[in-house]
Ligand binder design. Sequence first.
Ligand code: ADP
Length: 248
Amino acid sequence: MKKLLEVSHLHKKYHNLNTEITALEDINFSVYENDFISIVGPSGCGKSTLLSILSGLTKQSEGEISIKKGYRIAYMLQDHSLLPFRTILENCLLGLELTGQLNDKSKQYVLYLIKTYGLEPFINQYPSNLSGGMKQRCALIRTLATKPDILLLDEATSALDYQSSIKINDDIYNIIKNEGKTAIMVTHDISQAISMSNRVIVLSKRPAIVKNEYSLEWNCNDLPSINREKSNFSKYYNQIWSDLDEQI
Ligand code: ADP
């Protein structure tokens, strides 16, 4: 297994006018190629902070993140960050444009993604004409356009109803696996974490440390909705639930 990322002794303190909040105490974990890792934890424990540090948007107070040479991380922004006045193609090309990487070859790759993942009929339409699932797919294609190796996902389907979110989880999982990407997802939804991931990292309440880490024995060819039906699903759910329950 190729190690792509190592998080060592990560600490994060926020300083306000009179107070200091320790969000992350001492976070350690490794990410291997093709991992789909979910990070769960009580509300306010520091999950978004961790993702923000991994993406480079926030600086840690202490500790190191080492990424394998030549490998790159990208943060998948949510579907609501699609620009309403740009077409689906223009939205998918945005990251390439902003980073000066838009050329014939990179555009061809985006067109391949759009075609392969069923957005071709909507290529010249605007986000308002797309369903929630299609917007999410568009946001994912926009992130994949710059060919990152590791994707960071933040509660990708939290705003959706139950049935749509199950379908979209399948959709996102399928695209990530098909394109051979590694993923780190932060979520408060235990079912989503278990059904999509081969590893789940449970954070403690703030200041967060890694309270537990689970390796889930799924067949990576099975979609998350299939994993939800398996007998192991409730076993994992109960274990993680009790980890989180102890902290309330
Ligand atoms: P989670 O994503 O697990 O809900 P967050 O990472 O958003 O948790 O927040 C962890 C803690 O850090 C919370 O107590 C939150 O109030 C605090 N926090 C987050 N961002 C900031 C900030 N920019 N300034 C000060 N405190 C912050």
